[in-house]
Design a protein around this ligand. Sequence first.
Ligand SMILES: [Zn+2]
Length: 422
Amino acid sequence: MTKRAVLVICDGLRADMVTPQWTPHLWRLKDRCRFYANHRGVYPSTTRTTAAAIATGCHPARNGLEGNCVALDLGRGLEVVSVGPVKFRDQLEQATGQTLKVPTLAERLKGVGGVVVYSNVSAGAALFHDPDGHGQIRHRTFGQGPARAPLDPLSIGHTAEGDTRMTDRFLADVLPTMAEDATGPAFAVLWQCEPDHTQHGAVLGSPDHLAALAAADANAGRVADRIEDMDPGGDNILLIIASDHGHETVTETVDLDALLIEVGLKEREGSHDVAVASQGLSATIYLSDEAADREGAIVEFLKTQPKLGGVVSGADRALIGMPVDGGPQICVMGATTEAANEFGVAGGSVALQGSLKISIEDGCGQHGGLGQYEQNPFLMARGAGFMPGTECADPTSAVDIAPTVLDHLGQPNQDMDGASLL
Ligand SMILES: [Zn+2]
């Protein structure tokens, strides 16, 4: 009996949006799955960091990918770079001498079936499942096989329609190779860009948002139905359906980089003394050696700002899974509100711009901080050991997915931050 595992991600789908009206397929699948009602993401609650956390079973402190944007010294002093483009992988290696600091599932499962990832999010988020080329990645703009050999891209749109085409390919090309007597991967991932992609430019709960949500829901349902056909008893194939983070409404956007310059805590725009990396609803602040003595003053200033929420620095960084021996010295959240938007969707936060500007739309969805809803993705699992139709109220985390997959596959999983759900 060949054990295998499949992970389907609906990017950015927060747990309280799994409802009979909005996600009828996920809702019906709850009867066949164990549902985790208190599931949490990692900090920052972004797709790229969560991809690395799911691939390694470790928080950014151990796996080394500490943001959607990070500051690196590429020879010109500290500068904020985006993890999104493929070239980030080489920039990280150039600056730090390595990519991820701990092995990925692709590395661990090399030689025992391997890993195949189909992803329609950013190229960087796809690549950080397997930055050193142990398995296979198919992204809409690139493909990578063992030893980082190029493969054909999926050539699909960065849209709900693209997710549907990707799911078609996954059903046609990947799942048949995971049948009982086939030689396909031990673990396969299908990571849809929706509803996250649409939520960034739509009001949460609006018709545009719900259309994208419906597409992601239907695709997850198609994969689950096929796996049930292949393995009716659920003994062989573990199916995990989840999201990486939720979303909250952007109440307003504060340019934190400009604010620090205005009060004299950063030299000027583009200076390398202080680098502010936007994570959306939070920011991570990196200090160069010359600015290290400003840490206390910056923390005190941030704490006085009404539009900012929590400020985390020093040893407390370990409490949110961030490194204390390198990485950003300060993590700061936008101020949050419980208030509902015009469609009755609760939860909002101030968004923070950094030294490198990212796309943020006031009134639309965003994530990246520690807010209640952005930190509440959903998780459900079908297979041996997961009692159908039951709910677990214990806290679980995105870092629990990798050890669960390894446990199901009969592989060692002890040296991770997360723990098996089995
Ligand atoms: Zn997003």
